[in-house]
Design a binder for this molecule. Structure first.
Ligand code: C5P
Length: 283
């Protein structure tokens, strides 16, 4: 069985309050993009094996796919650790980049294993939420409003198709750090009151850009070369710019200053609708 695990960007991300468990209450708009990992899931005798094309990607319980397999094993009525299963991840979504790659891989594994091990799909959202705040979104795909930890979901009409230039700096950022920096910076990093009325922008961007000024430089450069919207996605480090066509995105990227292009990786992709995400999910 193969399953495509699409990346996401956050078209907007507002941090509202801190919740008792230390998590932050969010209001975010998720958007799927065509950049994806591919999971190959097959039965194979013996203990569960996880492999990944990217050597830096952990293949033990630090990987959310590993934990997804454990959760589904238990949900299908088994005890102990999963067996007779091999999953290979072809990794294209950069890690620690704010693109949700690990969470999307986990959601793809949940969907595939629900079919393989006959677990009722209605149980998946709860299993997904226990794995990580972003995992439930990836069961849905497309344009979705996320509240709560980002796991209370309201599917929206698909946003108009856009071409997306992703600019990935050489460094990654841990989600935990980004939220901790947001808390530490206090009101200086908080949005102006009118931000509630705006549907773009990322409240994690100022605290991250304070520690990594390159982020702010990339956002400004993308705007200068014609992006209709440019912002960090999630907790970074990726910055995205939206363009009306592939040609405009390619032109914009070509016009980025050399000093940005030399130290970052650029990927051009486009938004993916909910139907496109579903079509390429586990069959
Ligand atoms: O849920 P996930 O494992 O992706 O989150 C990683 C970390 O990011 C959490 O441990 C928490 O510190 C922070 N986080 C948060 N509020 C959210 C989502 C994540 O504080 N809504």
């Amino acid at each position: 069985m193969t399953s495509h695990a699409f990346a996401k960007i956050n078209l907007s991300l507002r941090v509202l309050t801190i919740r008792p468990g230390g998590y932050h209450e969010l209001r975010t708009i998720f958007q799927s993009i065509q950049l994806h990992d591919t999971l190959t899931i097959r039965r194979a005798r013996g203990p569960f094996r996880l492999a990944c094309s990217e050597p830096a990607c952990p293949t033990d319980r630090r990987n959310l796919v590993w934990r997804a397999a454990g959760a589904m094993w238990r949900a299908s009525g088994h005890a102990g650790s999963p067996r007779d299963l091999a999953i290979h991840i072809t990794k294209r979504i950069p890690m620690a980049a704010g693109l949700g790659g690990g969470s999307s891989d986990a959601a793809a594994a949940l969907r595939a294993l629900a079919k393989m091990w006959r677990v009722d799909a209605r149980r998946l959202p709860d299993i997904a939420a226990a794995l990580g705040a972003d995992v439930p979104y990836f069961l849905e795909g497309g344009t979705v409003l996320g509240l709560g930890r980002g796991d209370v979901l309201y599917p929206l009409v698909d946003a108009p198709r856009s071409w997306v230039a992703l600019v990935l700096p050489a460094f990654g950022i841990s989600t935990k750090d980004a939220f901790a920096w947001f808390d530490r910076d206090g009101p200086v990093a908080r949005r102006p009151p009118d931000a509630f009325a705006r549907d773009t922008g990322n409240d994690l961007q100022p605290p991250v850009a304070r520690r990594h000024p390159e982020i702010a430089r990339i956002v400004s450069a993308l705007r200068r070369v014609g992006a209709s919207q440019a912002s960090m996605t999630g907790s970074g480090s990726t910055v995205f710019g939206l363009f009306p066509s592939r040609a405009a995105a390619a032109r914009g990227v070509a016009n980025l200053p050399d000093r940005i292009r030399q130290v970052s990786t650029v990927v051009i992709t486009r938004t993916a609708t909910r139907a496109e995400c579903r079509r390429l999910a586990a069959k």
